[in-house]
Ligand binder design. Structure first.
Ligand SMILES: [Zn+2]
Length: 1078
């Protein structure tokens, strides 16, 4: 016990099991109010962080108000008694290079932030010279001490929740997960709709006379208690300082001695709900088979984790596995399996998922039978200790050499982990390591995988039969029914088949040859880690870069080979052939490489913007073995007709599904296309695909591999000789001819002259998506102009917080609001992306208005704020890489870009430091300000086909007139929104569908129908001037230019000049460290 006046901190433990390279120190303490905290001292970290995990989530929502826990999460940030200004916390973080976030899960709500780890004088922090972490903890703690739930922020935050839900409406992972939940036992909270929306959190409760703000406060009072909270604080300060701060700020949190949340009384999938098959229609063109089995509660089985043994075998992809067999039949594209926990007190679920081919969908019953044949095979073989030992060995190696996770991620993850019943000494290692082989438990787990103990879901856009129902929250169409008796008979037969009648070819895996045995690292202390790699070979065929790791000391390495070739991007057709080639190589390697993957060794064969890209990474011991097999497969690939057909179909679906993604994820590709000299968008690739034949790919492969220039990077626990040997292996296996330097491709971007004002429009493919999107991009200048870079980076830093605050928090334009730098291959620009139910021209007016205000903000900014922004940016730029892959990635970006600017961060900082406010005002007024005649703009508009926002508001009003109970109103609102939107604003049609629906589907009495129809007519008439909806607004132009709509992209590009290509910032010979030629 430590005494601090009357209060005292209990030391729980400071002996945590840690990875061997971990230089952090840890201490677990408990405050007098029973709050448990993990304190972490990290002498190296750039960012300090904290996370609070509260043991309450959507499972605790009241039945008639789904989304409560989530709404409370949003509202908690809105002012506290001590810091009543609603964005005080965000402002503070933003001024100190910080960010924050929160999430609501089923049984926990997690709040977290990160902030600069050093004080502004750049000295090591201490109790008397604290880092900004102190101020952040003070503000953060108040959320749990005395939040205000400011009334004037309520509507806005609920709209933010609503918009978050709308963002997810078309996302299959949300839709399908909710379908599983909605079809589960209504007596278990697993069935809850967790996000909530405006209907469930405001419109409907208010219609019932409920004051929703009171309700949220009540929820907070009822469930938030110090003894349900787990805190993690990580900083550069010594543990004693951190402990004192935690005690000072978090002791005030009230302890209500609430019991931990547990749900032992009901099962999500009771016996009566098993033995069913569900067919569900996805938004994306995907095909999936999913089996779920009620499983063991593994919460206390962290030493044995029987599900890991089972999923290792069932999910195996090597020879003898389920996957190898069904893939050989042409039925499957991928497989995953594993167990997940539902909540405390409830058994977990074992999940088996297969991505099916077209043929596989037809044969789904056979696939299920194969699964049960394999289970039968496992049942008659005793659990094998050697398999467990292999798993345990790899888990130990992985834990031993685990590299530091970034501070915010670490705090967030570990605070959630602290809710688990783990011995505190094992907080870091608990579920990563396996400790005991327990054959009995494995058998118990296996016994759950029975024909009478599962549910099956088939996800596909075309299924046998028709869609009978619609899921309430997301509108997913589905049919659910008992598994037909004859099919179930077949399954039972498979599950009880004797050894003699097993499917030939199914067997347990062999010993894994890839498990690393040499794990030595030669650690040579260096004063300062080197910023750049060296060139160890440089001739007309290949240039090899190499850096021996001098920072992380893990037995790992990364090897990248980039094969530059002018032919891949010469046409869209070639790009498609190259893509198919890489897909086929990976397909052919799947069985072979699975063991390597299990042993922590990955590879990739894909395309980058200059040609073919090969990467092998992981434990360096067996790296060369995998590389050789990858290269041989590339060289000798037999393009089989059957595999080609499957891969081609998958790619074709991939293209179509790409266009169904959320608009904000697509829009950048179009901006990239419109600003690059040569690029292809998905429509062009999609058009080429049908004409590509196996023979076409064979011929193309020959041509592609026959001539190229290669650039290689070897980084990690390898010697220079290894780097040269690996390079030799690439050369001698692929044996390409030299591609003369004069023919190496040069990438160039388009230059937008001052006064440019372009708009390009596209209609969204997804007919059901209600979100418009804009990318608003301003051209700034050449990427190699360092001063331009420095100013754009600082602009980004200054804009970030006010942009989010104005456009997202205050105006609620949409959930996705983003501002930032956008670089092309050779140019620099600044952009905004907003995804919204409001139209793109309207969004553009809001962005321009924001920029006008921002001009004033910058001009009025005081020196302290300006300097703080600079400091924040500098800290960000100088952030050190946290793990080997990150450093490899940074170096590779420089090599790949062909600027070879390994010191870019240091050079940027040197130019950011002297920048004055006057410099920024001048820069802003020239390149960014909407009224500047010099600025050059390109706006990309995505137009949604579906409309919704008008209707959401109208629908709520309409539904109110019907006096339905909460469930029925939500259903009615969902249905009516879809039906009325489909009527295309035609009042006659609207009234017709409304009448029909109320009369036949909802069976509402006649007099009520009349009232509703009258109400609707009135709402329809009012819709014209609905708030914030601009139908055909013309985009603004305040600098005297007229926007030019791009309708002929070729013509548009032909009208612009192109930039210079990238050139090394230093003579490359400065990096050379070549051996004398013999
Ligand atoms: Zn949220």
């Amino acid at each position: 016990m430590r005494e601090d006046g009357l209060r005292s901190v209990e030391l729980v433990t400071d002996r945590l099991e840690t990875p061997s390279l971990d230089d952090r120190t840890y201490r677990v303490v408990r405050l007098p109010n029973q709050l448990e905290a993990l304190l972490v001292h990290d002498p190296q970290t750039d960012k300090a962080s904290a996370a609070m995990d509260v043991n309450v989530g959507s499972f605790s929502d009241e039945d008639d108000m789904p989304g409560m826990a989530h709404a409370v999460e949003h509202l908690l940030f809105m002012g506290t008694k001590k810091y009543p200004v609603e964005n005080a916390y965000h402002q503070y973080l933003s001024a100190h290079s910080g960010t924050s976030n929160a999430y609501t899960a089923s049984t926990s709500t997690n709040y977290h932030f990160e902030v600069s780890a050093k004080p502004s004088n750049d000295e090591e922090p201490s109790g008397t010279n604290p880092s900004p972490l102190l101020g952040a903890l003070d503000r953060f703690a108040q959320f749990f001490v005395e939040p205000l739930f400011l009334a004037n922020t309520l509507d806005r935050e609920l709209r933010a929740v609503d918009s978050e839900n709308k963002k997810n409406l078309q996302a299959d992972q949300w839709r399908l997960h909710q379908l599983e939940k909605s079809l589960s036992n209504p007596k278990h909270p697993f069935c809850h709709f967790s996000t909530g929306n405006l209907e469930t959190l405001k419109t409907l409760p208010e219609a019932r006379g409920i004051n929703v703000r009171d309700k949220f406060i009540e929820f907070y009072e009822k469930h938030y208690s110090a003894n349900r909270m787990k805190l993690c604080v990580l900083g550069r300060e010594p543990l004693d300082v951190l402990e004192a701060w935690v005690l000072e700020y978090f002791s005030e949190i009230k302890n209500k001695d609430l019991a931990p949340n547990r749900w032992p009384d009901a099962f999500p999938f009771p016996q009566t709900d098993l033995g069913v098959q569900c067919f569900a229609k996805p938004v994306m063109d995907s095909r999936e088979l999913n089996l779920i089995f009620p499983f063991l509660d593994e919460d206390l089985l962290y030493e044995t984790q029987p599900s890991r043994y089972l999923s290792h075998l069932i999910g195996h992809e090597g020879p003898g596995s389920i996957m190898a067999y069904i893939k050989s039949k042409g039925w499957a594209n991928g497989l995953t399996s594993g167990a997940w926990p539902v909540c405390a007190g409830t058994p977990g679920v074992f999940d088996f998922q297969i991505r099916l081919t077209e043929e596989g969908l037809k044969e789904y019953k056979e696939v299920v039978k194969v699964f049960f044949h394999y289970v039968a095979l496992l049942q008659e073989t005793e659990p094998q200790e050697w398999i467990f030992e292999e798993q345990r060995g790899m888990a130990d190696v992985d834990f031993r050499f685990r590299q530091k996770t970034q501070s915010l991620r670490f705090a967030t993850k570990i605070s959630a982990e602290m809710q688990k019943p783990l011995p505190r000494e094992w907080l870091l290692s608990g579920r990563s390591r396996l400790r005991k082989f327990d054959a009995k438990l494995i058998k118990q787990g296996l016994a759950c995988l029975r024909p009478d103990n599962f549910r099956m879901t088939i996800v596909s856009r075309d299924v046998p039969g028709k869609w009978e129902k619609k899921e309430k929250w997301y509108g997913t169409e589905y049919t659910v029914e008992p598994i037909p008796a004859d099919f179930l008979e077949d399954i039972k037969k498979a599950a009880s088949s004797p050894a003699t009648s097993h499917i030939p070819g199914l067997h347990l895996p062999h010993k894994n040859q890839f498990i690393p045995t040499k794990l030595e690292v030669e650690k040579k202390e260096v004063k300062e880690p080197a910023l750049a790699p060296r060139i160890v070979r440089n001739d007309r065929l290949v240039r090899t870069w190499y850096k021996k790791d001098d920072t992380f000391w893990v037995p790992k390495a990364n090897l990248i080979v980039s094969c530059k070739s002018p032919i891949i991007y010469a046409s869209a057709g070639n790009s498609v052939k190259a893509r198919l080639f890489t897909d086929l190589v990976r397909d052919a390697l799947e069985e072979y490489s699975y063991d390597a993957e299990l042993a922590g060794l990955q590879y990739s064969v894909s395309l980058d913007s200059r040609g073919l890209f090969i990467e092998v990474s992981g434990y360096n011991d067996k790296l060369a073995v995998l590389l050789e097999q990858v290269l041989i497969t590339m060289r000798d690939l037999n393009v089989r007709e059957d595999r080609f057909a499957i891969i081609k179909e998958r790619l074709s679906r991939g293209y179509r599904n790409w266009e169904l993604q959320p608009p904000w994820q697509q829009i950048g590709d179009y901006t990239g296309w419109l600003t690059a000299e040569h690029d292809h968008v998905v429509e062009e690739l999609e058009a080429e695909l049908p004409g590509v034949t196996p023979e076409g790919v064979r011929v193309f492969r020959e041509e592609l591999l026959s001539q190229m220039h290669m650039e290689v990077y070897v980084h990690g626990n390898l010697y220079k000789e290894d780097a040269l040997k690996l390079t030799d292996m690439v050369e001698s296996t692929l044996k390409p001819r030299i591609l003369p330097k004069e023919q190496w491709p040069i990438r160039r971007s388009l230059i937008f002259p001052p006064g440019s004002n372009y708009i390009w429009k596209k209609t969204l493919k997804d007919e059901a998506n209600v979100n418009h999107c804009i990318e608003y991009w301003l051209y700034v200048g050449d990427k190699s102009d360092r001063l331009i870079r420095a100013k754009t980076l600082l602009l980004d830093q200054i804009t970030h917080e006010p942009c989010f605050d104005q456009l997202r928090t205050k105006e609620q334009l949409g959930y996705i609001v983003y501002s930032g730098v956008r670089a092309s291959s050779t140019t620099y620009g600044f952009r905004f992306i907003i995804q919204s139910e409001k139209t793109a021209p309207y969004l553009e007016t809001r962005i321009e208005l924001f920029l006008e205000t921002l001009a004033k903000t910058i001009e009025a900014m005081n020196d302290t704020d300006f300097e703080n922004n600079k400091r924040s940016l500098i800290v960000k730029r100088l952030e050190k890489p946290k793990y080997l892959d990150q450093e490899t990635g940074r170096h590779w970006n420089q090599i790949h870009s062909e600027y070879y600017d390994f010191e870019s961060a240091q050079r940027d900082v040197a130019l950011i430091k002297p920048l004055t406010k006057a410099d920024m005002v001048e820069f802003f007024n020239h390149y960014i300000h909407p009224s500047s005649p010099h600025r050059a703009k390109l706006a990309v508009y995505f137009e949604a086909q579906a409309k919704s926002d008008v209707s959401t508001k109208q629908i709520s009003e309409l539904v109110k007139t019907l006096d339905l109970d909460s469930d029925a109103s939500v259903q009615a609102a969902t249905d009516l929104q879809a039906k009325l939107s489909a009527a295309g604003q035609d009042e006659g049609k609207e009234v017709e569908v409304l009448n029909d629906y109320l009369l036949h589907s909802l069976k509402v009495p006649e007099n009520k129908i009349e009232t509703a129809v009258e109400a609707w007519k009135k709402l329809h008439a009012e819709s014209g001037d609905a708030e914030g909806v601009v139908k055909d607004a013309s985009p603004p132009s305040s600098n005297g230019t007229t926007p030019a709509i791009i309708d002929d992209v070729r013509n548009f590009k032909a009208g612009l000049t192109v930039s210079a290509g990238a050139r090394p910032v230093k003579d490359l010979s400065e990096y050379e460290e070549l051996d004398a030629k013999l």
